[in-house]
Structure formats: C-alpha cells, structure tokens
Ligand binder design. Structure first.
Ligand code: PMV
Length: 336
C-alpha cells in the first residue's frame, strides 16, 4: 500500500487543443500555478487476486466510465514501465469533483506517482510528468509545485511533452506567493468535458488560428511577469488569456459555453471591484467557476488589507464556497 498527495493547478496561460488525441500532446505550451489547498489523496495497492483495476472515488466504487478511463491509463503505465499487476485504487478529492476545479489534474498526477512508487520505481519528474499527461493533459503540471510550464513539444511520440518548474525568484528574492481565491458557484457537473470542448474548438472555431498565433507572446510575457513577480502584468495577462480562450470556444459550432448566469455576474463583480481599486484579476476553465488572483502580503499590502479584499470578493451572493490558495507543493508520497 502506498498513499500520495497531488495538488490541483490553475492555468494562467491555458492549454486548449490537442496535437494528438491518443498521446494528449497539446497544440500550445501552458503555464500554471499549483494550488496548496486543493488536492487529491490516492491510496494504491497491487493485488495478485485482481484481474482488473478497481477504482473507489471519494469512498464509493467509481462509475464504470470513470473506472474504464483509469484502467486505460493503468494499461499505459503497465506497458511503459513493464509490469502486469492490477491495483485497487482509493482516490479522494478534497474539493468538488468535475466542476472545473481541475480534479482530473490532481487525480491523474496522484495516480501516476502512486502507481510508479507502488512498483518500487524511482523516476524523474520529467518522466512522471510525461506519463501523467496521458491520463489528463493538465495532470502533467500537477507533479510540480509553484509555477509550472508544460512544454508542448514537437515529437510525434510525445517524449518532449512534459512540465518543468518556472522560477519566480532569483538568489536575491524569495519565492512569489500571490493568492488564488477559488470561487465555487455550483458543484454541478459540467455540460461538456474539457477534451470534447477543446476538440470541437480546434475543429470548428474560426478564431482558433488566432488563439494559437497569440499564445506565443502571452507565454513569454507570463514567464517574465512571474520571474519579475509583477502582479499587474501576471493578473492582466491571465484574465486576457482566459477570456480569449473562452471567446475562441464560444465561436465553435455548436458553441462551447461553460458560463452560467452566476459566472457572468462574478465577472462583472471582479471587474467592478478592480475599477474601485481592488487589485484582482480572474480566470476560468472548462466549468462555471471563477478564480481570482490577488497580490501577496508585502510592504505595500498588509495582511488585514488582503483579508478585506478576499471578503469583498467572496461576499457576492453567487459564491457558495471558496478556497484561498497559495502556490502549492509538488506531488509527494505521504505514507508507505
Ligand atoms: O487537462 P484537461 O483535459 O482537464 O484540460 C484542461 C483545460 C483547461 O483547464 C481549460 C486549461 C488548462 O490549461 O488547465
């Protein structure tokens, strides 16, 4: 038995579109922040009596479709790492599942680490990230902590498509710790999964080519913003990139629309607060929820002022639950 914990991540520059469906290699690089408060814990035990992997999700046997997806991914691991045993897997998400909070990212990162360590293998983060990518693309970023870039790569076999750490500090500064407030508007399951949503966007949105063209500049600006710990630059670009991704998806046929009325109300709320002087920027993924970036406590922002900003953000009636996150750690083994 082995138990691991992997944290969710939120993309500041989004991944939206695959080069290979099978290998889950993306069409563009993406940049994320790992979240300390949202995580999955996975216990895994290889059992000789099993003839198929068994998945328990949040304490209950998983639905067949979910179990089959995990069995397919375990087949990839068995083939890549050369073992044949089947496993009993207990996976618990410490946040709502399937509501655009990237539960698949932390879940597949945790499963990868548990399955590999459970086989007694010690693999580099690069190899683990490459394997996790084949479970869910954004999972490759959840193996690492802090700020992370997923390099799309160019190879047909996907060997150069994995995540690396992005430094947010130099020898003279400490790591950057902005706040990401995750606002849960509804924990209802999303209408269209991210995989189908992005594929339909690639196939039918007339805006997709401009999305890809413009992402290269977004990436280099975001790297510089994180390196320089420039909150305004990172926040403004994060919001722009997310709204651009959603605009591209909205232009698909039929339209890929993840926003609920409450999401739009929250967008107005955050942009309104910003006009009143609150330093906050939003991002959204393949679901209705909104995530808001705030600057870290510093000589120009007291802890009390930061708490007041968080209060102003969460007091909107559409917010049902919230998580106040900072950059989180890499995936790790928590029990053997
Ligand atoms: O890895 P997936 O299939 O869950 O897709 C993630 C897609 C977005 O969350 C919208 C963007 C991203 O880079 O995380």
């Amino acid at each position: 038995m082995i138990k691991v914990r992997a944290h969710s991540n939120i993309a500041l520059i989004k991944y939206w579109g695959k080069r290979s469906q099978n290998l889950k290699t993306p069409l563009n690089n993406s940049i994320s922040m790992t979240l300390d408060q949202l995580y999955t814990e996975t216990e895994l035990c290889y059992k000789p009596e099993l003839s198929a992997d068994r998945l328990f999700l949040n304490g209950e046997r998983a639905l067949p479709a979910m179990e089959q997806r995990v069995q397919g991914f375990m087949n990839v691991l068995r083939q890549s790492l050369g073992f044949s045993a089947f496993a009993e897997i207990h996976s618990t998400n410490f946040f709502p599942t399937g509501a655009g909070l990237a539960s698949s990212a932390s879940a597949f990162a945790a499963l990868t680490l548990a399955a590999v360590k459970g086989q007694g293998q010690d693999l580099s983060t690069e190899v683990l990230s490459r394997l996790a990518r084949q479970g869910s693309g954004s999972a490759c970023r959840s193996l690492l902590g802090g700020f992370v870039e997923w390099q799309a790569g160019q190879r047909e076999d996907g060997l150069d498509s994995f995540a690396v750490s992005l430094p947010s500090s130099s020898p003279h500064t400490s790591p950057w710790k902005p706040i990401m407030v995750v606002l849960v508007l509804t924990s209802a399951h999303k209408a269209i999964g991210s995989g189908d949503g992005m594929q339909r966007t690639v196939d039918t949105s007339p805006l997709y080519a401009s999305w890809l063209d413009s992402v290269a500049v977004d990436l280099s600006d975001m790297r510089a913003g994180i390196r320089d710990q420039d909150f305004e630059k990172v926040g403004e670009l994060m919001e722009h990139n997310a709204l651009k991704m959603h605009a591209t998806a909205l232009a698909a046929r039929p339209s890929v629309l993840y926003w609920e009325p409450a999401s739009v109300a929250l967008i107005h709320h955050i942009q309104g607060l910003r006009q009143e002087g609150v330093p906050c920027y939003l991002t959204m993924d393949a679901g209705p929820n909104v995530k808001v970036l705030l600057p870290p406590v510093s000589p120009s922002l007291s802890a009390a002022q930061q708490v007041q900003y968080i209060q102003q953000i969460i007091e909107h009636p559409a917010v049902t639950q919230h998580f106040v996150c900072q950059p989180g750690p890499e995936a790790q083994v928590i029990a053997l």
